[in-house]
Design a protein around this ligand. Sequence first.
Ligand SMILES: [Zn+2]
Length: 219
Amino acid sequence: MAQAAGKQPQYTPEQIAQIKKKLASMKPEEIQEMIKKQCIFCKILAGEILAYYVYQDKKVVAFLDIQPGNPGHLLVVPKKHYSVLPQMPDEEVGHLFTVAKQLSGIVFDAVGAEGVNIVQNNGQVAGQMVPHVHVHVIPRMQKDEVVIEWKPGKMSDSEAKKIQTAIAEKAKSINIKEPKPKIVEKIVEKPIPQPSPEKMGKPAKKPAKKRTPKLKRHP
Ligand SMILES: [Zn+2]
């Protein structure tokens, strides 16, 4: 979505104090309800604003970006209001990105994309225009006018080490739930095939590996 024109409203210190006082007296559910009333995506989800849906399930919807970078530019949006990605539970993020990934494959055939960008912005400074988590799926074509780039910076060894330490230390707190191991109900032991006398002396053949079917590649 393109940035709305115009300035942000300016509040006087008295008005800010009043707003803070009001917020402090509200229950979390009431604050959430107030945020939802202001949110354009929540309004779309409530059916108050028209959107061109392409997908929906229990947790996620996807619709056309009304100001597309290219035809087929999609927004994948959780039904529950979260302002930024770090607020979302891991399982829900997993589902959101799985849907984005599936749609990123579909646009190749559906709109003739030759490439695709998956973009997820958090915070106004990062280009997030709607404060409700969303993932952009942007089909790319040769010589289109989509620009996603940054100027490659430089980094000294000491700087790299300092940043590495700062992030790696905090990253120790990452706790990803491992999927539960599958319980093997019954182990059937097959007899090991014995080499025939004429093959004696040669190493026994390994049992043939099960082949997984090759995935179709996009042209
Ligand atoms: Zn919302």
